[in-house]
Design a protein around this ligand. Sequence first.
Ligand code: NAI
Ligand code: 15L
Length: 268
Amino acid sequence: PAPRTVLLTGAAGGLGTLMRGLLPDHGYALRLLDLRPIDGEPDAVVADLADREAVREAVRGVDAIIHLAGISLEASFDKILKANIEGTYNLYEAAREEGVRRIVFASSNHAVGYTPRPRGDDPLIPVDTPRRPDTFYGLSKCFGEDLAQLYWDKHGIETVSVRIGSCFPEPTSVRMLSVWMSPADGARLFHAALTAEDVGHTVVHGSSANTRLWWDLTSARALGYAPQDDSEVFAEKLIAEQGELDPDNPAHARLGGHFVTDPPIWPY
Ligand code: NAI
Ligand code: 15L
């Protein structure tokens, strides 16, 4: 049977807020969890992923989990370790203890951010491209994907790891024209990831069907995902404002964009 009650972690965040608006139309009843309270959502669970008891209670009785909670940009290793690495472990342990069988994990393009972007007739980046995290943040997403694989192999918990490009109401940079996932396509992809059968652990790229796409959407489409949007409608305006990507600019050379070139955050 299709999952109905879904725990949405990180529900107060940007993507969580978009998905709170969109996923009910796909037939889901959402239970919400975040560190921060959410205006107008008195039933949301306000808890830190570090609180194992609270996480276990939040997970109890749901059909599936969409795991968005965590630090969503580069930060010190200690912060990433606590929120993204230990936090994701705590969530998977709670799922195992409570018998939840399906998780959608918000991975990121930054797990493979050092991958050169395709130019000219280069092939699209395949989903099995070698890991090349561009930050501790991206490294935590590699950990999450490997944790998902372990929990499938050892405990039979299925995960779709979605390497999200940029999911915002509109793309805000020329790079994002290539990796943008419209919120509506994001909800379609999460729905596909929750309902496709026999996913084991599957990694997919998360974006719309953009004209300037850099990566291959085959594994996402195999789940039943049929993207409806294309960032090209924003291209003229963004290129007029920012110019085309500069082939000599290292921040434009790789999938992860400026995450590749931003100075590291100290202390490690
Ligand atoms: P965000 O930073 O707006 O939201 C993250 C939420 O997680 C926040 O509301 C925060 O309070 C919560 N959170 C952080 N640490 C927590 C903890 N220890 N316990 C409980 N809650 C905690 O980020 P956004 O943009 O909404 O992203 C959501 C997820 O999707 C993140 O995991 C991010 O890495 C991933 N992602 C997002 C992309 C995007 O384009 N928005 C692109 C690629 C990945
Ligand atoms: C991410 O992983 C971040 O969470 C998001 O804020 C964007 O920076 C996105 O990647 C991106 O690469 O545009």
